[in-house]
Design a protein around this ligand. Structure first.
Ligand SMILES: Cc1cc2nc3c(=O)[nH]c(=O)nc-3n(C[C@H](O)[C@H](O)[C@H](O)COP(=O)(O)OP(=O)(O)OC[C@H]3O[C@@H](n4cnc5c(N)ncnc54)[C@H](O)[C@@H]3O)c2cc1C
Length: 274
């Protein structure tokens, strides 16, 4: 099996993690089923007891138009999708230029900005378990029930790249911290904002070691100065505990924590284990 050595302190958007050998997925292979699939680690906090990891090979980095349908390989970076759509005057993907990641990660997370989500114009996905039409997938706010490897997605094709939308998304990003992060740390609970709740319990700007709930936007857990996994986990749990005690609301992680101690049904990050 081909592998690739990845230094996660450079590769991951949070700039946390060691150097690990990651398997390369060329073809769907049952020996990789016990591996955890990563994209470009823009939504992942890498821990110290990581599961075996796998990443799609470059073979899945492509964009084509076939019979009026846009087909994108799951390893394609969001920046490449945005540039392609701009160059070919394609509508509805303007928001992805502000969402760092690969198509596979965007699909799994149903990533988006406000009501602009990657599922909006999706037709189907190709996975290691065959093709799934959009109506066969359950999806919602930063959630999908996709538990297999996405290899490709097809989208409705319409023309009209909209520069006004690009400007609007840029403006929406104005309050985003520039320090390394994985975007929003927690999902917004129904009818509220995770950032407001973190601020309300006094954790906006709270720093432990090199990690901090940003002073710019409280729901961004930023790596201000050589932060570590343990510091990040401490702050995540502190926010969950304080917000639950004060408001009875459990903050669910939007970021994916890759450490065996914090994964699965027994994770201490789940409300059931508080
Ligand atoms: C500064 C910043 C701002 C951000 N702002 C936003 C925002 O506004 N809205 C938003 O939604 N997100 C935001 N994010 C998060 C991030 O952009 C998205 O979650 C993105 O989809 C992550 O893609 P990735 O390839 O890096 O996935 P990873 O972080 O590597 O993985 C995320 C999840 O996707 C799964 N996955 C990856 N590839 C595949 C595949 N091929 N098949 C199946 N599953 C796969 C992984 O197993 C994991 O569960 C932000 C991140 C940063 C750093």
């Amino acid at each position: 099996m081909a592998t690739k050595s990845i230094n996660f302190s450079k590769f991951s958007s949070m700039k946390i993690g060691g150097v690990l050998d990651v398997a390369l997925l060329e073809m769907c292979d049952s020996t990789l089923e016990n591996h955890y699939l990563i994209g470009s680690c823009n939504n992942i906090l890498i821990g110290e007891q990581t599961p075996l990891l796998v990443v799609l090979s470059k073979k899945y980095d492509y964009i084509t138009i076939e019979e009026g349908v846009l087909k994108i390989g799951a390893a394609t970076p969001s920046g490449k999708i945005a540039s392609f759509c701009k160059k070919h005057n394609i509508a509805n993907f303007e928001f992805v230029s502000h969402l760092p990641g690969t198509l596979g990660g965007l699909i799994k997370m149903n990533a988006g900005l406000k009501e602009y989500e990657i599922f909006n114009h999706l037709i189907a996905i190709s996975t290691c378990q065959g093709v799934k039409q959009k109506n066969e997938i359950t999806f919602g706010y930063r959630y999908t029930d996709i538990f297999t490897t996405v290899l490709e997605a097809s989208f409705e094709l319409s023309y009209g790249y909209d520069l006004e939308k690009v400007a609007m998304f840029k403006k929406m990003r104005a309050n985003q911290p520039s320090a390394p992060s994985a975007g929003s740390c927690f999902k917004n609970p129904p009818g509220d904002y995770a950032g407001r709740l973190i601020e309300a319990v006094g954790l906006k700007g709270k720093r432990v070691g090199g990690m901090e709930f940003s002073t710019v936007h409280a729901n961004f857990l930023v790596n201000a100065d050589k932060g570590t996994f343990e510091e990040a986990i401490f702050l995540i749990q502190e926010a969950q505990k304080r917000v639950y005690e004060e408001f009875g609301i459990w903050l669910e992680c939007e970021i994916v924590v890759l450490d065996e101690r914090y994964m699965g049904a027994n994770s201490p990050l789940l409300k059931t284990h508080f």
